[in-house]
Design a binder for this molecule. Sequence first.
Ligand code: SF4
Length: 377
Amino acid sequence: MSGIYIHIPFCKQACHYCDFHFSTSMGKKEAMVSALRKELLLRKEEFKDEVVETIYFGGGTPSVLDAEEIQFIIDSVYDNYKVAGNPEITLEANPDDLSTEKIMALFKSPVNRLSIGIQSFFEEDLKLMNRAHNASEAENCIREASAYFDNISIDLIYGIPDMDNERWKHNIEKALSLGIPHISSYALTVEPQTALASFIKKGLVKNVDDEVAQAHFYILSETLEAAGFESYEISNFGKPGYFSKNNTAYWQQKKYLGIGPSAHSYDGVRRGWNINNNPKYLRAIEKGELPMETETLSVTDTYNEYVMTGLRTIWGVSLSRIASDFGKNYREYALIQAEKHLRDELLHIEGDTLLTTKKGRFLADGLASDLFMVNLG
Ligand code: SF4
């Protein structure tokens, strides 16, 4: 199973917390769409033995593209790659782009999954984060999109300054009342060099509080599990049959090709990342060059990534796979490092698999880093 990720590096306005790669100037949108097609052509040999099962438009804000531009890029994938019979094709979309006409045009395109950046149903949260949409657009676009799309995911952010447990519960309940089958939910993090970091430093906005975020996480898990969702990854909850195939493939170390500025790729051995600068990306692609750097992952890097992604998911970390793929010393090391957390009931072992417990789930990243191997090559 392999996937193609396409990064659309444009947003209407900058959300205060965001450090992704995007530009708010749309002047080069057309040139970018042509360049994405050209990169797909330039890199087709990398995937000559692969069957593409997922295509994912991420960003930035892919919904700033019109349906014809999206169709043009998908056609470019089909023209240059072997694509499975019924691929999952996801488009990240923001509510303010999802007019009735846009939803209908997308419905007629091959896109079959929408991932909508709702973040909150409350005006005050949306304002604080400088989202481009308002609360009524958040709700209305879901109602309208649901008339055409069955496979819809929404993003929600918790741990927002001043968001109490009640407001957070209300956000989750609102999502449930709208019949959404998949929710991705992340704690608000304060990235350096963002407007949010600077507001907090100046005392204009309260800092985020890890304990509040942790409480919100447990409210989220319990409420969604009670409503029939599976928490298949720490930030992702889906009804049976609605897990994101694209994200699951990342977590299971499948190959993917990242197209567009700042997009990352993985071929099973090497990681690559494209330059995160739109003009430089466009110039390189125009000359037929790939603006990409790569690194070959060491056994240690691959082990660390496996532990990191595995502990975040319901599939956990297979101890026999650690022994067979990385060596018995890695398996022993993992078990020694896990000992304390097994005693504290943050981790547990089921058969051959090391997993986080309910109590340990929120702490998965920290638990994984305790199992990391450093520089053994
Ligand atoms: S829309 Fe998404 S990518 Fe764009 S600034 Fe906001 S959070 Fe970042």
